[in-house]
Structure formats: C-alpha cells, structure tokens
Ligand binder design. Sequence first.
Ligand code: XMP
Length: 305
Amino acid sequence: MVNAERFIKEAIDEIANETGDHRVVIALSGGVDSSVCAALASRAIGDRLIAIYVDTGLMRKGETDRIAHMFGHLNLHVVHAEEEFISALAGISDPEIKRKVIGERFIRVFEREARKTGALYLLQGTIYPDRIESEGGIKSHHNVGGMPLQMEFEKVIEPIRDLYKDEVREVAGALGLPPEIQHRMPFPGPGLAVRVIGEVTREKIDVVREANWIVEEELVDRYLPWQCFAAVLGLGTGVKGDNRVHGWIIAVRAVNSRDGMTADPVVIPYDVLGTVASRITSEIPSVARVVYDVTPKPPATIEYE
Ligand code: XMP
C-alpha cells in the first residue's frame, strides 16, 4: 500500500517537472482515477490544466450533467462527440476492434481540443491493472493498447500508472475528494460499448443505459458492490400480452473485488433479483428476459467484452 501523503507530494512534483510551463489537457471521465489525476495536476500546474470530458454517447444516464456540475470549478471543456463515436462503431462487432476504434476516437477528440488551446501534453488516469491487462494481451484498455501509435501529443503523462484501484481510492481520500468520487464504482473508458455484445447501435445503447440505471438504483445502496451493471446479450423470444415477441436479453452483473483482477458475484436474494427483472421488463418494453450472472472472474471477465 502506498503512503498517500508522500505519493501526493511526489506526484505533484513529478507533474510540475514533466510539464515545465506547457499547457496540459487531461482526459476527465469523472471516475476516481481521472478525478485523482485532475486534483493532482490542478495542484501542480493550476490553470495550465485543461480538463476535457468527452460525451461519447456511450455514457451512463445523467453522467454528462453530473460531471459538468461536479467539475465546474476546473477549466472544463465538455465535448459532445456522440455522433462521431456511434458512427465510427457502425458495423463493427469484434470486441478488440471496438476498443481500438474508441481509443483512437478519444485521442482524435483530445488532439482537436488540445490544438484549440495550444496544449502539447496529455495527462491520463491509467492505473497499474490497465497496463498489466493490455501488456499481457488480455485486452486492450482504451487508454493503453487501444491508443493509436501516431499521436500529435509530445508527451503522455500517467501519474497513477503504478497504483491499484484501492490505492487510488486512498489517495482520493487524502486529497479530500468527495466520497461519491472516492467510492464511485469503476466505469470502463469504452463505456456502454463493452456492455453490448456485438455491434453497437443506438437502440442497444439506449436499452442498456436504461437497464443499467435500474440496476444501480436497486443494488448500489443495498449491497455496496464493487461494481454492478446491466449488459445486452442479444435477442431472444418472450411473451408480451398475447404475443410472442423478439426482445432483448439483459444480463445483470454485481461483483465484489479488491482490484478488478479477480471478482466474485454478489449473493443477491431472489426477491430482489425479481424486482430488478420486473422493473427492467416493464420499464423497457423491448426487453423480454433478464438473467443474473453468477460467474466469478476468472474464468469470466467483469465486463462482457
Ligand atoms: P474486466 O472486464 O477485464 O474488467 O474483468 C476489470 C475492470 O476494468 C474495467 N475495465 C476498463 N476500464 N478501460 C477502463 O478504463 C477499459 O477499456 C476497461 N475494460 C474493463 C472494468 O469495468 C472492471 O472494473
């Protein structure tokens, strides 16, 4: 475990030294990793830090408004790139290619914003497990193996590259970040795109966003899981009214974990799962079936792609 106070001091010094008097853009998603980086960088370089939040159209319900409200005190640019991401993903169903397309789009958006502000350096909240999983060929995290080889940035700075998630949370506490950031569930950079199997379409994203909202409403406060969410698996049959219909199959996942490298499903009583299933199928008419995933990691991963 890191000594949080010492880590903070060293990270601030390192950011200040590495950036000189340059402007720096930070990729801010509002999760604990990027929020910790933003807090460190803001202490190190003040208003030479430009925070960029990209609405990829793959974000959770209410996320963009939440970020705009929460980080309004920083020099924050909210970029609406929903159309750009959804079009770039059209026709692609291979999970690795989806991640690479998203990673590349992110960088292109950051480059565009950086050009407007004269920033040459990019700061991002890559953590140790992101690097291990990308280097080990397990998958390309959008911010590591998913990054394009050619970039306009002169330097990429990753102040928390050696930390595990629980260490990042400790640093967040020591930095005085609000508990809702410190304990926020991880949300993957590629967003809801890794929670739909196969091609990303607007319809699937709308369905998974709504289902995810219901899962979080029902499970977060009750079980405080490390992570819980919904994913769209595909289409199956169901009966609605007197008709056999083709409807979406939603998987509900809730896991506990220390660092995301391994995970165990949360034991949830049937009546609670029943409420989740009945809310999802009644509030989202195009869903025909809801299943609960009881697989640990390994052999499953936490996300679906
Ligand atoms: P998996 O699905 O590999 O996920 O068991 C482990 C943890 O990492 C998160 N995750 C990601 N985070 N970019 C991220 O920033 C990604 O590409 C990515 N993929 C997975 C996942 O939500 C879980 O917490």
